[in-house]
Structure formats: C-alpha cells, structure tokens
Design a protein around this ligand. Structure first.
Ligand SMILES: [Zn+2]
Ligand SMILES: [Zn+2]
Length: 231
C-alpha cells in the first residue's frame, strides 16, 4: 500500500508466469504486463492464458510486441466470449488483412471447460463465476491458479483434488459482489484442502502484508509481487 515501506505491500495487477522444462506461459496480461516482463527478465513466452476479459487482466496485450518480433504469432488461450471481446478491443492485433506493419499478431486457441494440451502437459480449466460472469482458473499438475472467483461449484472443486499449491483471490475483509473476501477465500481453501495456499488479487483494503499474514492459518500465505514458488 502507498503508506508502507514494505515491498510486499507494493502490488501491481495480478498475473503469473509459469516455467517448466523449456516452456514459459503467462496467465493474464494486465496493464502492468510490460513492466512485469522486464522486471522478471522474461525473454520468451510460449503463450498467454486468459481467465476473463476484464481490463486488469487483458489491457497489456499490445505489449506482446517485442515477443512477437522475435517469435512470430503469440499463442493465446481463452474462452470464446473472452476471445471475441479481445478481438473487438485489439482489432489491429487480430486483423488478417491490411495489417499495420508494426502490429503484433496472435494465434488464437478457444478453450472450453475441458482439459487441453499446453507444451508437454495437460491443463485443467476450473470454471467459476465472478458475480454472474464466467471465469476460468487453471490447474497445471500440482499447482492451480484461480482469480476473480466468487462462486465455484462442488463439481469444479473436485477437479482441484490433491493439488499441492492453490493460488486464489482474496480482495479485502468486507464482502464484495464479485470477488471472494478473505473469509470466503479461506472457506474455499478448506474445500480444496491443498498443502499450501497463496492469496492474490489483494486490494488496498485488505491491509498491510505483515499484519494480515499473522492472522492467517499456518498453510495460507499472502502472495506478493515477485514471489517465486518451485514445485
Ligand atoms: Zn475481473
Ligand atoms: Zn481482476
């Protein structure tokens, strides 16, 4: 938060970079995407997965340019509705004809609520709702990343069984119509029962990192910018 000197209170928009073998994928590219890529010294991406279309998760798409110049079309994975929304907002990226020479291009992969191949693994989408808006979380073997969730059915929670690390959104202490608050996030973690859970999509309203961390169960941690987890 603005009043804190603790780096863990300086929060950019949510995103996660996943690396395994020679693969590098990113989930969501919000307005801070460019700076986040520079900060992590990331020089290659094999694709971007989108949870949903909100600007805090998509507004950085134009900044795939340097990756596109080196690698060609950047694969993107999203629900059909999200892909259509991106195509309207970034028409110059999706346009096949009369393309501006400096514009980046993407290779679209529309995903449904069923497992799909990514590199050499299968990714399992987890379907949830952000108020009434459908949102995808994703499970990559032993780690799952879910953000902007408010309701998740038991059927979808079952897909998370046995996950070692769960990352899930916790916006603030007060209830919110479309995001888990802290209490709801902790209840969700109990339903999933991972070995460890990390909270993300944290707003200014949740409080200072050190204070909130002390109040959490022993297997639950507040995520912070630049946090690295190894499995
Ligand atoms: Zn959202
Ligand atoms: Zn969001």
């Amino acid at each position: 938060m603005c009043l804190s000197d603790n780096a863990k209170d300086k929060r950019l928009r949510v995103s996660v970079l996943l690396e395994w073998d020679d693969y590098t994928y990113v989930i969501d590219c919000g307005p801070d995407f460019r700076y986040q890529m520079l900060r992590t010294k990331c020089t290659k991406i094999d694709g971007i997965l989108f949870t949903h279309e909100h600007a805090d998760h998509t507004a950085g798409l134009d900044d795939i340019r340097p990756f596109f110049f080196k690698q060609g079309d950047i694969p993107i994975y999203a629900h059909e509705r999200v892909m259509n929304g991106l195509e309207i907002r970034f028409d110059y990226i999706f346009r096949a004809n009369n393309k501006y020479p400096g514009a980046p291009s993407v290779k679209t992969h529309v995903i449904e609520n069923k497992s799909f191949a990514l590199g050499n693994i299968m990714v399992v989408p987890i379907n949830g709702y952000h108020d009434k808006l459908q949102v995808f979380g994703f499970r990559f073997n032993d780690i799952a990343y879910l953000t902007d969730m408010k309701t998740v059915s038991d059927e979808e929670v079952a897909k998370l069984k046995g996950v070692k690390i769960l990352v899930v959104n916790a916006l603030r202490t007060e209830p919110h119509p479309s995001h888990f608050n802290l209490e709801e996030a902790l209840a969700f973690i109990k339903r999933v029962a991972p070995e460890k859970a990390y909270l993300t999509h944290i707003s200014h309203m949740l409080g200072f990192h050190e204070d909130v961390q002390q109040s959490l169960p022993e297997n639950v941690f507040l995520a912070y910018d630049n946090l690295q987890l190894t499995l």
